[in-house]
Design a protein around this ligand. Structure first.
Ligand code: ASP
Length: 418
């Protein structure tokens, strides 16, 4: 067992988790057994990953920026990173709109099934709607205001303040570049060794990943709702997954053409992060492993990866934006609403913004979907239609989110080298 590479152990853990969940969900006691005694290990694993997220961003981003030593290089890298992230997101939403208009999955839903789904999930959907309403009541520049922390210690007490921590780290890193080297040296030394400790901790936490994903998948299987409802949503799920796969193919082709990375090398290099993204449904929790893969296996320089990836994990969600486009049009189709071309263009804009605002945690995408729906005039009750399959699809879109970030880091690395 010792010599098996970690990603194989994770795959084995996932497989055994599903089998275990399927077998035990046949018995009444099995469900309780998994919920009470297996699921907690999955929860602990995710908590450990989240525990390390803020120290990692602080250490790796400050180190990454202060290593650049030159502010003009930093602004070059920053503007390119944000520019490329925007382009990939717009491409993703457009791919989503194309597949959902070709497959038209919403037309497959019968009115009986629609009523069944809306009734089954309306309370969950209402909860998400309330959260989204809170967000939309804020002014247009609120995200900008939220970006700036007023107290860094307070900001670090909540994982959802990731962007504020990124903001502070960039500012702090710039300060380090601007002061004389003899003054910055002790702080830099401290940050360097702090960073090494964090990376070691990630290594240790990842050793428990096979057990963590086993527990996560076993509990997911026993908590799954009735399979009948799943069948009704299969066509929607297939459409979405096709779009996501197409996006991954685009990434592979692009990295081959532009960065000259062979498709097999790219996929093999990023696969540990993809597996973890799939089982945790959180790009933030996956961030440590994404950074590791991109540096060690895809040859991206540390100064690039430690800058591009933490930002990407929070603002660049190609899978999520594609999902928001597909889900919005699917719900419109299911309710018999004909979306005009300009309404679909509006979806490109709101889905792009909504995906930027989506937190890198499970189910955040469906919260922000409410905003896309209300902007496009699609009934928000439609959320209930897609609730049943949202978790497995969240797992798939998170894989794409993480892969997209990795691709952009490779492109920025190449651009900077040039
Ligand atoms: N789970 C996704 C992520 O963390 C966000 C979402 O689409 O819900 O990347």
């Amino acid at each position: 067992m010792k010599n098996i590479p970690l990603h194989w152990k994770i795959i084995l853990g996932m497989f055994l988790g599903i089998v275990f969940g399927l077998v035990f969900s046949q018995f009444d006691f099995g469900k309780n057994l998994i919920t009470d005694y297996i699921k907690p290990f999955g929860t602990i694993f995710i908590k450990l990953l989240k525990l390390i997220a803020i120290p990692l961003i602080l250490a790796s981003l400050i180190k990454g920026i202060s290593d650049i030593k030159d502010l003009s290089k930093l602004s070059k890298m920053g503007s390119r990173t944000i520019g490329i992230y925007l382009i990939t997101t717009i491409v993703a939403v457009s791919v989503g709109l194309i597949v959902v208009n070709i497959f038209k999955p919403g037309n497959q839903i019968s009115s009986d099934t629609r009523i069944e789904l809306v009734n089954a999930y309306s309370s969950d959907a209402n909860e998400k709607k309330e959260i989204a309403v809170e967000q939309s009541l804020k002014g247009p520049l609120q995200p900008l205001i939220d970006l700036v922390p007023e107290n860094i210690f307070y900001a670090t007490t909540e994982n959802k303040n990731m962007l504020q921590i990124i903001f502070f780290s960039i500012l702090f890193g710039m300060g380090l570049i601007l002061i004389p080297e003899k003054d910055s040296f002790p702080v830099k030394k401290f940050i360097d060794s702090f960073n090494s400790v964090i990376l070691k901790l990630i290594d240790l936490i990842m050793k428990t990943a096979p057990i963590g994903v086993f527990a996560l998948l076993a509990s997911l299987v026993v908590e799954a709702p009735s399979w009948n409802l799943f069948k009704a949503l299969a066509f929607y799920s297939i459409t979405l997954v096709c779009g996501l796969i197409f996006l991954i193919i685009l990434y592979v082709v692009f990295t081959y053409v532009y960065v000259k990375k062979k498709p097999t090398e790219f996929i093999k290099g990023i696969s540990p992060a993809q597996l973890l993204a799939f089982s945790t449904s959180s790009s933030a929790a996956t961030l440590p492993v994404t950074i590791d893969c991109v540096e060690k296996k895809l040859g991206v320089k540390k100064e690039v990866s430690s800058f591009v990836l933490p930002i990407g994990a929070t603002v660049n969600m190609d899978g999520t934006s594609l999902y928001q486009a597909v889900a919005a049009v699917f719900i419109a189709q299911a309710f018999g609403i004909d979306l005009t071309f300009s309404a679909q263009l509006g979806i490109i804009l709101t889905a792009t913004l909504a995906s930027i605002g989506t937190a890198a945690v499970p189910s955040a995408g469906i919260v922000m979907l409410v905003i896309v729906l209300s902007q496009a005039g699609i009934p928000e009750a439609g959320l209930a239609l897609i609730f049943a399959v949202d978790r497995p699809l969240d797992m798939c879109r998170t894989v794409v989110n993480v892969t997209g970030d990795a691709m952009v880091s490779m492109i920025v690395d190449k651009l900077i080298k040039k």
